[in-house]
Design a protein around this ligand. Structure first.
Ligand SMILES: [Zn+2]
Length: 522
């Protein structure tokens, strides 16, 4: 029977199965960084990759063998030997030994369809391949984890054979039997039932490796643990083949909620940062909708929700966001009322009266009617609110501009900017488009008074058509993401003219950035 107080081993396969996801590749340096981050988190195993004997592969294992990875162990991955060679002369098995890893994960077939139709061999021969490969690696002193590929599909078609495969692996010396839902189509009740049967019949650690094709990878993993599995495999953010693997972060957080031990409790807080760090390594935008660690995991929008969360956070939060290192956000939007505005003012550290809250709400509702959506543009909202409350007066404003596209070859902008009592005229050219020329012209105008203005860097730029109430005129919203030292923030501009909207968003970016540079905002 499963006891929630039990330790469950965590096995990360981001570097191997994660790298099988479309668009994901890791350089040598990425692999070393990721391994370090995973060992800092305290996962028990890191599957470094498919042992292939390529020079890079050899190098990664060599470096990781001597890296300080705490208690985290590195694992080489490979398949059981080919059908017509001995384990000793099989190139894949040789490559595993060459990695110098003390632990190998071998995958073998447990579904008759794969044995006969894909591998093209007999059921008995497949058992021999599994047995010989594991025995040989055991003889060489390695610990062997056995991944039973397609176990749940295999069990559904021929349970006797699927079990025979596990028996064979165990008899040959595998320390852990991992049940794989390789096609990712299984459901939690089935996974739980089959896992319980395996746990009952074998005296070793039973593991689970799930893919997410029916969006049940995490649920299947948790179901397996509740049925007695004590080894979970997954990838950070669920990267992997097709739609991906079970997300190890959600598994760790979910098992924590259920009382199982995985990583040290004080490491739970690093889950959010790790998720975003790995997203950056794979060059993907962090997914805001990820459970637990996504930017929106604790973002409240409906007025009634915000109101309730302000009274008691448990009203609309299944865990405290800080448990996983995330933060609660309330979104100022047309769905929210005074409660949200009051809370936003608190977040911005503005002390306001009831009366000021009323007038701020009115002002924001009017801007929203014009098409402003502040929920993803906190910096613009900050500026509007601060100005409305008389706490801020803008250090500059753009009076006028002229933009010219010169036969698609280069773009030029002339601009008139008021800075204090002075009017500054500037021009700028760009080959990257009019928006870039606008940015350059504004930087140039501001740089005489604010030499640090170029430290405010535009990182992202998005344009969207807006639905505006009662408006016959089409409007666009432009969102700009900026970075100033370590602070990142979003601003918004709205206009019927895309260029004007862009300029407004850039203007807000510079205004907010100057506040950051002056130390008024951190
Ligand atoms: Zn897999």
């Amino acid at each position: 029977m499963s006891d929630p107080k039990d330790k469950v081993e965590t096995y990360d396969t981001t570097l191997r199965d994660g790298a099988q996801g479309e668009g994901i590749t890791f350089s040598l340096d990425d692999k070393l960084k990721l391994a370090k981050a995973l060992s800092d988190l305290g996962v028990d195993y890191i599957e470094v990759g498919y042992a292939s004997s390529t020079p890079e592969d050899v190098e990664v294992f060599k470096r990781l063998r001597t890296a300080s990875l705490g208690d985290t162990k590195i694992v080489a991955f490979g398949s059981t030997k080919k059908k017509n060679v001995s384990a000793e002369s099989d190139p894949g098995i040789k490559a595993i030994l060459e990695t110098g890893a003390k632990i190998a994960t071998l995958f073998g077939k447990s579904w008759t369809l794969h044995v006969e139709k894909v591998l093209g061999t007999t059921l008995d021969k497949n058992l021999e391949m599994i047995s010989d490969s594991i025995s040989y690696l055991r003889k060489k002193g390695l610990t062997v984890i056995f991944d039973a590929e397609h176990f749940f599909d295999g069990y559904a078609e021929n349970p006797g054979y699927a079990f025979r495969v596990l028996e064979c692996a165990r008899e040959a010396g595998a320390s852990t039997l991992v049940l794989c839902d390789t096609n990712g189509g299984s459901f939690p009740d089935q996974v739980g039932k089959v896992t319980a049967e395996v746990v009952q019949r074998f005296d070793c650690v039973v593991g689970i490796h799930a893919h997410n094709d029916s969006e049940c990878a995490v649920a299947n993993t948790i179901s397996a643990v509740q049925a007695g599995a004590r080894h979970v495999q997954g990838t950070i953010n669920g990267y992997g083949e097709r739609v991906g693997n079970a997300n190890l972060i959600s598994i760790i957080a979910g098992l924590y909620k259920l009382g199982y031990r995985t990583i040290e409790e004080d490491k739970m807080r690093s889950l959010t940062a790790l998720s975003r760090y790995v997203a950056r390594i794979v060059n993907e935008r962090p997914n805001p909708r990820l459970p637990y660690v996504g930017e929106r995991a604790f973002a409240h929008k409906a007025g009634t929700h915000i109101d309730a969360v302000l009274k008691t956070t448990r009203a609309y939060e299944h865990i405290p966001p800080e448990l996983v290192g995330n933060v609660r956000r309330t979104l100022a939007s047309k769905h929210s009322g005074k409660a949200a505005i009051l809370n936003k003012a608190k977040e911005f550290k503005f002390e306001i009266t009831e009366e000021q809250a009323e007038s701020l709400t009115k002002m924001i509702k009017e801007l929203e009617r014009q098409g402003f959506e502040f929920e993803n543009a906190d910096a613009s909202l900050y500026l509007r609110m601060a100005e409305h409350l008389g706490l801020y007066s803008p250090p500059f404003s753009v009076h006028n501009y002229v933009a010219t596209d010169n036969a698609n070859k280069y773009q030029s902008v002339g601009m008139e900017v008021q800075i204090g009592d002075e009017i500054v005229l500037t021009t700028a050219e760009s080959r990257k488009g009019l928006v870039d020329a606008l940015r350059k012209a504004l930087d140039r105008a501001l740089s005489s008074r604010f030499p640090d203005v170029t430290r405010i860097i535009l990182e992202d730029f998005r344009v969207m058509d807006l639905d505006t109430e009662k408006s016959t005129e089409a409007r666009v919203g432009v969102w700009v993401k900026s970075r100033c030292d370590s602070v990142t923030f979003w601003t918004i501009g709205v206009s019927s003219n895309m260029l004007r909207a862009s300029l407004d968003a850039i203007e807000d970016s510079k205004k907010y950035g100057l506040l950051v540079l002056s130390g008024k905002i951190r």
